[in-house]
Design a protein around this ligand. Structure first.
Ligand code: ARG
Length: 590
């Protein structure tokens, strides 16, 4: 619910009108939407679409209405007086079109400038939420899928934060447990008989280390035996084995951190190993509820609508990905008292989470109503593809090192900046910071702008193009606005205090209206966890500013300078909020 939403405010007015227009239809909910452009024209700013539906319900009855247009007209007549609305009209089969008052638009913008944009945030009915994201696996490849999870998850956490959820846990559920550790530990002991010699530098690349240990495992039965024993010793908590495990985790973690540091992403690690001691207890509870069955020696749970069972304990008595997630979800609901848990992984894991949530519903640990809280949501995303349309791989090797990928984006931006004439006016630090903001921002935006469910093709040239729908274009648009304000020589805080917004030019009005729609677009993006809606909004804002407003309305030196500077400032503020929500660092200078 968001009181700043224009749509919501109009819906409140139409609600009053509907009560008066059709008192016998108390269930009629106002259907209010922003008008789309049809054939290059817009018939209003918003429309109310109730008349047709009401007509189909009442047409048999004696109501005095002769058709939907008459109902539409009555809806207009019964609207309470409001400063919001300039005029209303009925169109077509009974749409009520609303033209907002430009004075009201201006005043609303002015209030945002005075009170700050945070007043435009919706309030979600949740106090404690978690986003489980990134979550790479120790000693295995941190691949582009994890990059997507990191980027999308970070944005979702930021969106929840802006929606005034009081506590948001950003959880890194790293894969730090499993049988692969036996092999790694046995190999570590073989390579470094003296544990003091182990270091990140000595181990080097963990993926190569993993591969080498796998070769030993597959070729030497004696090594294989040692590896299998190492797992048992690790699980029984033997100090030497714990230490080796810790060392391997630390090396991986250092690599993950380099990625997070570049992306400016903060995460709280609580890996799979943490939940290990909780697994038996949770399984026992499920067993007592009668959910656990025996299937070929494995312990399984059947859930509604899925024909394969959830394997809670493997045939050999070992635990798996499911065992851990049963325990971790139990922990999150009962110990961490979370109301909303959002899991961000590739779409391939959809069934895993579907089964997990269903098992919890069967146990009565999650409400049957999927929209009720506490609530679990799996946010799936598509594959990252290379330009060849196949799974993304780098040219030189089969694995893509995320750090190299990000560094490449930055390097390309730096080259572009250095090629410009203005480069000589920039300090070393400015060049560094700007290439990072643009390079990493471009990688993030390219991922976030598409619907997360679709596959996305990773392409540096596309994402770094300064003319398309890219972070580069958006960041430059923002920098341009800042430079307009700077060039005016005015103290913008002073202008904010004393200036007034007037929206007489149609392009001023179009910009003002779009700015005012931020709260409702954000709310929709947040409720459906779709950051691409925010990207689309941001891109349209930049387009309206550049192609309409700035092309047709002179700012500095014009008679309307004060009002137009305020519009520039409001645009910059909304853009920066979008950047912030998308995890993009703004740039102030071109
Ligand atoms: N480590 C998993 C992977 O790399 C993702 C973990 C997601 N979180 C969870 N609670 N299962 O695919």
């Amino acid at each position: 619910d968001n009181p700043a939403s224009v749509r919501k405010q109009l819906a409140n007015l139409f609600d009053v009108s509907l009560r008066a227009t059709v008192p016998d239809e108390p269930d009629a909910v106002p259907l209010v939407d922003a008008c789309a452009v049809k054939g290059g024209v817009k018939f209003g700013d918003y429309q109310c679409n109730n008349a047709m539906g009401i007509w189909s319900k009442i047409k048999g009855k004696q109501t005095g209405f002769r058709g939907p247009p008459a109902i539409g007209q009555a809806i207009i007549n019964n609207l309470p007086p409001s400063e919001m609305i300039d005029s209303c009209s009925v169109a077509g089969p009974g749409f009520v079109n609303v033209v907002l008052s430009k004075k009201w638009i201006a005043q609303s913008l002015q209030r945002m400038l005075a009170d700050g944009i945070d007043k435009w945030a919706p309030r979600l009915p949740v106090k404690r939420a978690m986003v489980d994201f990134s979550s790479p696996n120790i000693a295995k490849e941190m691949h582009v899928g994890h990059l997507r999870s990191t980027i999308i998850g970070d944005t979702l956490a930021r969106m929840l934060e802006f929606s005034r959820v009081e506590c948001i846990i950003r959880r890194n559920h790293v894969g730090d447990w499993g049988t692969q550790f036996g092999m790694l530990i046995a190999y570590l002991f073989e390579m470094f008989p003296n544990p003091e010699d182990v270091s990140e530098a000595a181990i080097g690349d963990l993926q190569t280390f993993y591969k080498a240990s796998k070769v030993r495992f597959d070729s030497d039965p004696e090594f294989k035996l040692r590896a299998q024993q190492a797992v048992i010793q690790l699980q029984s908590g033997e100090a030497k084995y714990r230490q080796a495990w810790q060392q391997i985790c630390d090396v991986s973690r250092a690599e993950f951190d380099r990625v997070y540091q570049r992306l400016g992403v903060r995460l709280e690690e609580m890996g799979e190993s943490f939940y290990n001691p909780y697994i038996p207890g949770v399984l026992e509870k499920l067993d007592n509820l009668g959910l656990i069955e025996d299937s070929d020696g494995a312990r399984v749970i059947f859930v509604e609508g899925v024909n394969i069972p959830l394997i809670a304990v493997k045939r050999d008595g070992g635990y798996n990905y499911f065992s851990t997630d049963l325990a971790s979800l139990w922990y999150r609901l009962n110990e961490e008292k979370l109301e909303w848990i959002v899991y961000v992984t590739d779409i391939g894991q959809q069934q895993h989470f579907d089964m997990l949530f269903k098992a919890f519903r069967r146990a009565g640990w999650l409400p049957r109503d999927e929209t009720a809280f506490p609530k679990c949501t799996h946010i799936g995303f598509g594959l990252v593809l290379g330009e060849d349309g196949k799974r993304f791989r780098s040219r030189s090797s089969e694995v893509v090192r995320l750090v190299d990928l990000l560094d490449e984006a930055k390097r390309r931006c730096k080259t572009a900046i250095l090629e410009r004439d203005t480069a000589k006016d920039w300090s070393e630090e400015e060049i560094e910071k700007t290439s990072e903001a643009i390079g990493y921002g471009a990688v993030k935006y390219a991922d976030l702008k598409i619907n997360r469910l679709t596959n996305y093709t990773f392409n540096f040239d596309q994402m770094l193009n300064d003319k398309g729908n890219t972070a580069v274009y958006l960041l430059y648009a923002h920098a341009r606005i800042c430079s307009i304000i700077r060039k005016s020589g005015k103290d913008i805080e002073e202008v904010k205090r004393n200036g007034k917004i007037v929206l007489d030019h149609e392009d001023e009005r179009a910009l003002g209206l779009h700015l005012l729609q931020f709260p409702e677009v954000f709310e929709e993006a947040c409720t459906n966890l779709l950051p691409n809606l925010l990207c689309e909004y941001l891109y349209n804002l930049a387009e309206i500013f550049t192609k309409k407003f700035y092309s047709n309305c002179q700012v500095v030196g014009s008679p309307e300078e004060t009002s137009r500077l305020l519009l520039c400032e409001a645009t910059a503020i909304v853009m920066r909020k979008c950047f912030f929500l998308l995890g993009i660092v703004p740039v102030y200078k071109l």
